[in-house]
Design a protein around this ligand. Sequence first.
Ligand code: COI
Length: 367
Amino acid sequence: QNAVGVDFAQRLTDNPTTAERRAAILEDPGFGNYFTDHTAVIDWTIDAEGRGGWHQARIEPYGPIAMDPAAAVLHYGQEIFEGLKAYRHADGSVWTFRPEANAHRFNRSAKRLALPELPPELFVESLRQLVSVDREWVPNGEGEALYLRPFMIATEAFLGVRPAREVSYRVIASPAGNYFGGALKPVSIWLSEHYARAGHGGTGEAKCGGNYAASLAAQLEAEAHGCKQVLFLDPYNDNAVEELGGMNIFFVFTDGRVVTPALNGNILHGVTRDSVLQLASDRGLSVEERKITIDEWRASVADGTLAEVFACGTAAVITPIGELKTAEGSLVSPEPGPESVAMSIREQLLGIQTGAVEDFHGWLTRL
Ligand code: COI
């Protein structure tokens, strides 16, 4: 038994990845390509009295999930997920960053998708249990970490459209380097004019697979124009900037103002987004969460008042945006130097996460 009083039965694989193979993977993990040897699982069912409960917490060998072809997740997409990372410190200890924020967001997503909430202590304990058996997989290269992917799926075999009565929570882990591959460099993004990511009252701020599935046609368009990500606007709100396919967006003006779209129900409550706002205001920069339209972006490039644009997220960390490509032409941002807000906050954030810089907000949790 552990601190939360839940016994995670361990059924460990007798066929783990060899140390040589793991070392080769950790040489250049990329993002999302390789997975560790185990997975954490907790099931949820409703009993005869209609009470739902979590049970059978366990660590299993990583492998395919046996599921009924009628499982609700496969038909109606009743699914949510999270993303956070485990970082190796110089003394070999492994830490994660603001996991209670991810646990909280997971439960908000669960409510929106009519899935059961998971006690935050159990969420954190599941990460700890998985990392305890797959600790060797936590990389220690510059900008590298073990990406943790908790998710919840509706496993009940039933084709009526109603919330499932059988659900599975799982965590998988994947060693990760730069999300965009190779060394960090500014990325180009594409302005989606045909597709929206979210609608008012929809699932925009939930972290559910459907939002990402809905971004893919626009992402293909972006790639066809040589861009790494797609930018979504709210066409019913003066073309306000919302977010990218898989990350939040920030603007820095020449007078030092740091601006990001306000959380309006359509936008993901990014943990990195929130941390950037905090670190920017710690530096005395004025931070604004507000509506920012594509017209303001164009005008501020034209009059020279826009200094930087960057993307942020757990996977992307902080990645400068060099260019917004649109059907009508491009908006280019200058390449950020090490003194730029994007690069210096990135360095501070990675420093906190990897134990090189003081964690004065108490954001780290030991795994
Ligand atoms: C993350 O940043 O953790 C995400 O879930 C976004 C996805 C593009 C990987």
